[in-house]
Ligand binder design. Structure first.
Ligand code: FES
Length: 87
């Protein structure tokens, strides 16, 4: 069985590891909201500015520090996005 991992914003060729590392440099004290941090990352790398499919994966990568993520189902993606809306 082949396991597929999601590791990057495909539209703009930015890996989640690059984003995790940049997030640490931009906001070492974790003071920004998740949305503001993603916007700051997008402004610098263009991540999440194409199709947007990577946005929930970026949220999970930033929350967990994991740069290689399993493909999420539609309901899992909705769960990630709705938890972000509550923050
Ligand atoms: S995969 Fe990141 S914007 Fe399309």
């Amino acid at each position: 069985m082949v396991t597929v991992s999601v590791t990057r914003c495909v539209c703009n060729c930015v890996t989640f590891q690059e984003l995790i590392d940049l997030a640490q440099r931009l906001d070492p004290q974790r003071e920004l909201s998740e949305d503001d941090l993603i916007e700051a990352l997008a402004a610098r790398t263009r991540c999440a500015t194409g199709c947007g499919t990577c946005r929930p994966y970026i949220r999970v990568a930033l929350r967990t520090g994991k740069a290689s993520l399993p493909v999420m189902s539609t309901s899992q993606i909705r769960g990630v996005e709705s938890s972000a809306e509550r923050k």
